[in-house]
Design a protein around this ligand. Structure first.
Ligand SMILES: [Zn+2]
Length: 254
């Protein structure tokens, strides 16, 4: 499997839940109190017979009006039209923004040839949720225009692609595991957003169920080490992907 990191940018997020671009060269962290600093990076994975996109980023465009996500897919050597499956962990704006994009006055589906795979409970709660993390206009457009495939609970899309309903970050957050025999790729999304989160135990305020998220990080870390998963870190700053080892109760990222 070929994994490409589609880096969309570095941001700070505070209690308003807005993602403000953060340039470490000219911006100072101390000017943004009570903020979380994250990268946003969807992933493209070329499997034997599928081209998979994991989450779609904020959906920001370049100054020339091109979707950054599309540009990154082209840089990786593919066309956005070749994406066969968009696997969505959950529908917060920093993950779902790029499912559609603006072209001039028009809104277009970003991946017209792909099936968008979404956990049904997440989809339903995204419509009724009043939090600013969910942008309803995206889902309404998707409902009319996209090939949607809803999954419920945990299961498999085919022999290589499985999904697991985790909850924890949102009530219906899900993770994905790609398995082509010797090679396994794990997308933990916001249950395992940064490699450092494996190194210390903590309960995060931004999770719907912080204790469950902490327990899931521990068990995913153990499985990642035991089964040699290549882990994709959607918000990772120090690294975007990595393998995990576990020695004397301590995780390490290679
Ligand atoms: Zn996120």
């Amino acid at each position: 499997m070929q994994v490409h990191t589609l880096y969309e940018g570095s941001y700070s997020v505070d209690a308003t839940k807005k993602f403000i671009p953060f340039d470490p060269v000219k911006d100072k962290a101390k000017d943004r109190p009570a903020s979380l600093f994250v990268h946003v990076q969807p992933f493209l994975v070329a499997m034997e017979d599928q081209l998979i996109l994991f989450d779609t980023g904020l959906g920001y465009s370049t100054e020339e009006g091109k979707l950054i996500l599309h540009e990154n897919i082209r840089k990786a050597g593919f066309s956005p039209d070749e994406v066969t499956m968009v696997l969505m962990s959950h529908l917060h704006f920093d993950h779902a923004g790029g499912m559609i994009h603006q072209v001039g006055e028009q809104v277009e589906l970003s991946f017209p040839h792909a099936v968008y795979v979404i956990q049904r409970g997440e989809w339903e709660s995204a419509f009724s949720n009043t939090s600013s993390s969910y942008k309803k206009e995206i889902f309404e457009f998707l409902q009319r225009n996209a090939q949607l495939h809803f999954v419920e609970g945990s299961g498999a899309l085919n022999a290589q692609i499985s999904y697991e309903l985790t909850g924890a970050h949102t009530p219906f957050h899900q993770t994905f595991l790609l398995d082509e025999g010797d090679e396994k790729v794990f997308f933990g999304a916001d249950v395992l957003p940064e490699p450092e989160e494996l190194l210390r135990k903590f309960i995060a305020k931004y999770d719907f169920d912080g204790r469950k998220a902490m327990e899931l990080r521990q068990s995913y870390g153990e499985r990642a080490a035991a089964e040699n998963w290549n882990c994709l870190f959607y918000h990772g700053k120090s690294r975007a992907t990595g393998f995990v080892t576990l020695e004397d109760g301590q995780f390490k990222i290679q």
